[in-house]
Design a protein around this ligand. Sequence first.
Ligand code: ACO
Ligand code: ZN
Length: 281
Amino acid sequence: LREHEEFTKVKNIAKIELGRYEIDTWYFSPFPPEYSDSPKLYFCEFCLNFMKRKEQLQRHMRKCDLKHPPGDEIYRSGTLSMFEVDGKKNKVYGQNLCYLAKLFLDHKTLYYDVDLFLFYVLCECDDRGCHMVGYFSKEKHSEESYNLACILTLPPYQRKGYGKFLIAFSYELSKKEGKVGTPERPLSDLGLLSYRGYWTRVLLDILKKHKGNISIKELSDMTAIKPDDILSTLQTLDLIQYRKGQHVICADPKVLDRHLKAAGRGGLEVDVSKLIWTPYK
Ligand code: ACO
Ligand code: ZN
């Protein structure tokens, strides 16, 4: 956490309260001027409206009737649910989510034009409601084949596998669209670590099971991972040779096993049979 704070320019809001957590923020976020001088903001964990005083939040909670993000529940497995929120239909929610997310994202520009995005909000649900653990945003139409614009796991939930779950989910959506996808650049250091981890795990699992030669194109068709990302991942793992002007995958079983051991835990799996979704039109 400290490392991040060093790069922070004029951080305005030091803490937020969200659900049962008080969270220290990491970066500047351009809240409207009347909020930007508050040391702490109080968020409604369901509609993401924010307030300067605890009493205002308490009053709000008595009348707010949301118990989950607005939008459609497109995935449910155990206590984990994913909601798809259309930024055009839920503009205020989309903007609130962007203000909140920017507190933990350094390099991203905040999109005021939330109309153009879908927000995939991951929740842990119990009898009090569905509590957001993280989200990713996705452009409705991307020229550059981006399948994810911004990704965030809220700090109290980080390093538990939710980030890799969100990444896996973004590729499952791309598979349903029949397209390859890639995250919008630049990636943060934590973003790159998470993506590298995901790509490595997915590609090693396929290479381990597959008998005979396989091309980058075939791997891309199976995973919806963009060929450039496959190439760079396999190069990092030293599984690529350049022969007769072509990149060839050399998946020596011993090398694969060594990488698989180092790749760590797989994390939370996306159960595709529980995803009920059709691409945005
Ligand atoms: N230190 C070292 N490695 C880490 C750390 C950390 N603090 N956090 C994550 N990682 C690496 C690990 O390799 C980890 O895998 P492992 O636990 O199996 O070793 C892997 O990343 C993913 O871990 P998850 O638990 O699945 O991910 P998490 O839920 O923590 O979310 C995320 C990752 C979304 C990047 C989170 O750190 C975050 O929200 N950061 C702030 C916002 C951000 O930087 N987002 C990405 C910007 S780029 C973009 O939006 C396109
Ligand atoms: Zn509310």
